[in-house]
Design a protein around this ligand. Structure first.
Ligand SMILES: Cc1cc2nc3c(=O)[nH]c(=O)nc-3n(C[C@H](O)[C@H](O)[C@H](O)COP(=O)(O)O)c2cc1C
Length: 225
């Protein structure tokens, strides 16, 4: 039996989302990424690794914008094509963005965040000690009603592949920007679905924590997006 099979997926008694501090924006317009200013792909690949220690410092908005565009942004405006592939272009994965000041859905076509729930749900996105203190947790949610024309036997695996492509885009962006990240399958699907106010046809399948590395906080300044 592997270590992952031995992990518990039980709900943690008493665990609840936290309230947010201050005003919660209904939408957040994200800065467009600087496409010319990034590390070469092979150098980013040589740095990609899972990290499980995060600074609690917030991510700068320009970095969040670049990260989400890299994840699954529109890179071909004429067709609406995304940076990540999806079966038949169904774009069945939504990225939920759990921030200290609310849970948002990334809307790729408008490149902005749309408020889903005015709570701090970061602590609901997994079991590990950094979850809830790192500044950002992404949750990859399958919107199964977009897959109805696909044979039922293919839906789970194809949507998992799409989520994997998105998470690898995020990992490579993080490697290139000097950010810490780890992709996480150790989540409680039902608890997280409730915390994110998901509908019946939406299922969270994977999470990914992102933050500045420890030792690189506001004083030393963030990396460039
Ligand atoms: C589908 C998937 C699920 C994972 N789930 C977790 C997780 O829940 N928690 C965690 O700390 N790491 C998780 N990982 C990260 C792996 O543990 C990590 O990739 C592996 O140990 C190899 O290390 P590396 O990414 O640094 O190469 C997951 C990776 C994948 C691909």
């Amino acid at each position: 039996m592997t270590q992952m099979q031995l992990l518990t997926y039980e709900a943690i008694p008493g665990l609840a989302p936290k309230s947010t501090d201050g005003d919660v924006a209904q939408t957040i317009d994200l800065p467009r990424p600087q496409l010319a200013a990034s590390m070469p792909l092979m150098a980013a690949l040589s740095l990609r690794a899972s990290t499980r220690e995060f600074s609690t410092a917030p991510l700068p908005l320009d970095m969040l914008g670049a990260l989400l565009w890299a994840a699954d942004g529109v890179n071909r405006p004429i067709t609406g094509g995304r940076t990540a592939p999806s079966p038949h272009g169904f774009q069945e994965i939504d990225i939920y963005v759990a921030l200290p000041n609310g849970v948002y859905r990334y809307d790729s076509p408008t490149h902005r965040l749309i408020l889903k729930h005015a709570i701090d749900a970061r602590n609901m996105t997994g079991y590990q000690d950094f979850v809830g203190t790192a500044p950002l947790d992404l949750v990859y949610v399958v919107h199964s009603s977009r897959l109805l024309t696909m044979p039922a036997s293919q839906r789970d695996i194809f949507s998992a592949v799409t989520a994997g492509a998105i998470s690898q885009n995020v990992s490579l962006f993080c490697a290139s920007a000097g950010l810490a990240t780890v992709v996480r399958g150790w989540i409680n699907h039902r608890l997280l679905g409730d915390a994110l106010s998901l509908n019946e046809d939406e299922l969270p399948i994977l999470a990914q924590t992102v933050g500045l590395t420890t030792g690189r906080d506001e004083e030393s300044g963030p990396a460039k997006a």
